[in-house]
Design a protein around this ligand. Sequence first.
Ligand code: SF4
Ligand code: SF4
Length: 284
Amino acid sequence: MPLICKVQGICNSSQSVSYDKNFMDVGLHPDDSYKPCVIGFEIVKLICHIFEVLTVPSVGIMIVAKQKPINEIVKMLEGTESVLVVGCNGCTGVYQVGGKKEADALKARLLESTNIKANVITVPRQCDRQMSLASVQPLVGDYEAVLSTACGVGVQILAEIFRDKTVIPANNTMFIGMREKELGKFYEYCKACGDCILFETGGICPVTKCAKGMMNGPCGGCVDGKCEVSFEVRDETGKIAQTIKNDCAWYLMYAKLKQTGMLNSFSMYRSPRDRSISDSPRMF
Ligand code: SF4
Ligand code: SF4
């Protein structure tokens, strides 16, 4: 019987592999009677590989995450005999928190400190269901659990696809931002508020960059262009390692709007944010 696959259309191949409900779950096959096609499966893997080679170096702004302390990861793995560490070459891979190198390093640390059998596979983007399925499916059957080095989206996608597996997050997902190379730090740029006002604020986000999230600033606490609220960087034990004085977002905004002849935007009244827009779960 011809097999239908959204990846490659109609397939008469006799090479179909045995049916797996996971394929249904990601929408590759619309009916229980259809089976996954080996050729289609290989095509997805090839696309993943090309995507990985072509796109990874160009990603700039992204979801920022940082690895959990190893003790916390080991604790979540208690009672598990085998784990597949799944790296992500998307956001977390680009800034070297969850790519292949980091997934390999995590596996090495697990082998050092536990008796768990571990292996590594890397996905171009774990947040892409089809890529994750095509990359992880061939190996996952041999492992009790999956340890993801992606952001929270990637972890949830793996949990959805591999419903019979315990999926463990290796990272804490922090924010949408980017790394300032010179300072060697990650900075938050967007809270995904759902109602972007960057046009009227000179491209500077008050929701994210103003410590009080003021819609009509400045607050009066700005001293020499610096925010009155200090930012504390903590180490792994929770102790304050550094205190940083950020620029006042509204000070920056004034300078930018003045430069672009848009100061009328600075003084206009903005209504409080409609937080219902960003109530979770969101979809559109
Ligand atoms: S205004 Fe909202 S959408 Fe725009 S950058 Fe700020 S948080 Fe993001
Ligand atoms: S000083 Fe500026 S950035 Fe800091 S809270 Fe006040 S308005 Fe916001």
